[in-house]
Ligand binder design. Structure first.
Ligand SMILES: Cc1ncc(COP(=O)(O)O)c(C=O)c1O
Length: 365
């Protein structure tokens, strides 16, 4: 039986081993492990790649979101609109600031925020909106920007899954006031541990995030504000700088695999392949289908040893952690239905056609 992984990071490492080993050795031999030139170079490379002015390397995607919201001026009692169909970090960080996450429902095709639902959720307390570019496809940024302008809201893009994706010819991460990226190892650009980054075009926001990531320090041992320790390690930046050069090639491979999956599944009863809008370049961090009878599909995959994942099994408003928001089942129907139907199949640049055929055969039963 063909062995299929959900993701094959060891194979990726083998494909670029000499470069990675040399980059890591260079950091170790200089002893500069935190921030410094390696991190600064990487920050600039990502900013250039995504079409933004400034990059700030931080400890994780979660911290990137938190620091972005804090720099954007979100205060206790403010409301921040986001999607209920995302990883918990997107909404969790809102609560760290004693602000309130307000969930707007998603579009049934892309599973990204529905701008019409955002508009209905705006109140005088709304301070910001966090569109998540889910699975590697941009949210509807023109409509979201128009709403933000009209209501004076800050846009913080959650780009944890979308480095390299574009919307109407512009890269995600350059479409709002601030953008948060994750380099968690499984991401399209993954570190060898945790890592994250904030992008912005605004010099004041850049200075604020830079200060906050390092104990509010503006000059050595002078602290203008209370901040935190959330710095990107130089070893991670060295690894990521090597990998960034390959990102377009890897994303292109994902897109080819996705097209092959979608061709194989078209017309298959009970299965809906992911919908990529014409104006988007989707980079398929996940290839996530909808299955009317997900239980039966899970059984078929398990029987043939095909790994899969559910992103995400519970919409955030129904998570125990958000019980205090008092949102009942039925209030965000599209997100709730998606949580019952979605299933992510293996997709990674090193995947062979033979491996993909094994997945396709299992899905078809
Ligand atoms: C949409 C989304 N937002 C935020 C995060 C948080 O990133 P991290 O795990 O680097 O903290 C992740 C990934 O883990 C994510 O998928």
């Amino acid at each position: 039986m063909t062995k299929v992984e959900f993701l094959d990071l060891p194979a990726q490492y083998q494909s670029i081993k000499p470069e990675i080993d040399a980059a890591m050795a260079a950091v170790v031999s200089t002893g500069g492990f935190v921030l410094g030139k390696t991190v600064a170079d990487f920050e600039q490379s990502v900013a250039k790649y995504a079409g933004a002015k400034y990059g700030i390397g931080v400890n994780s995607g979660t911290d990137a979101l938190y620091l972005s919201l804090k720099a954007a001026g979100v205060k206790p009692g403010d409301e921040v609109i986001t999607t209920p169909f995302t990883f918990i970090a997107t909404a969790e960080v809102v609560c760290w600031l004693n602000a309130k996450p307000v969930f707007a429902d998603i579009r049934p095709d892309t599973l990204n925020l529905d701008p019409k639902k955002i508009e209905a959720a705006i109140t005088p307390r709304t301070k910001a909106v966090i569109p998540v570019h889910l699975y590697g496809q941009a949210a509807e940024m023109d409509q979201i920007k128009a709403l933000a302008q009209k209501h004076n809201l800050k846009i913080i893009e959650d780009c944890a899954q979308s480095l390299g994706a574009s919307y109407r010819g512009r890269q995600t991460g350059s479409l709002g006031h601030l953008a948060a990226f994750s380099f968690y190892p499984t991401k399209n650009l993954g570190a060898y541990g945790d890592g994250g980054l904030v992008l912005t075009d605004d010099e004041a926001l850049y200075n604020e995030v830079r200060m906050l990531r390092q104990h509010g320090q503006d000059k050595k041992y002078h602290h203008a504000k209370l901040g935190m320790n959330s710095r990107l390690d130089a070893l991670q930046a060295a690894v990521l700088s090597v990998k960034l050069k390959y990102l377009d090639k890897w994303n292109q491979k994902r897109r080819e695999l996705a097209a092959r999956y979608t061709a194989a599944f078209s017309g298959l009863a009970g299965i809906t392949p992911p919908v990529a809008l014409d104006h988007n370049v989707h980079i398929y961090h996940q290839y996530t289908i909808r299955a009317r009878d997900r239980g039966a599909l899970e059984e078929r995959l398990a029987k043939r040893g095909i790994p899969y994942a559910i992103h995400y099994p519970i919409a955030l408003h129904l998570q125990p952690a958000f019980e205090f928001l008092n949102l009942k089942e039925g209030c965000l129907p599209e997100a709730e239905l998606a949580a019952r139907e979605v299933l992510s199949l293996p997709i990674y640049p090193e995947m062979s056609e033979e491996q993909q055929d094994a997945v396709i055969a299992a899905v078809k039963g």
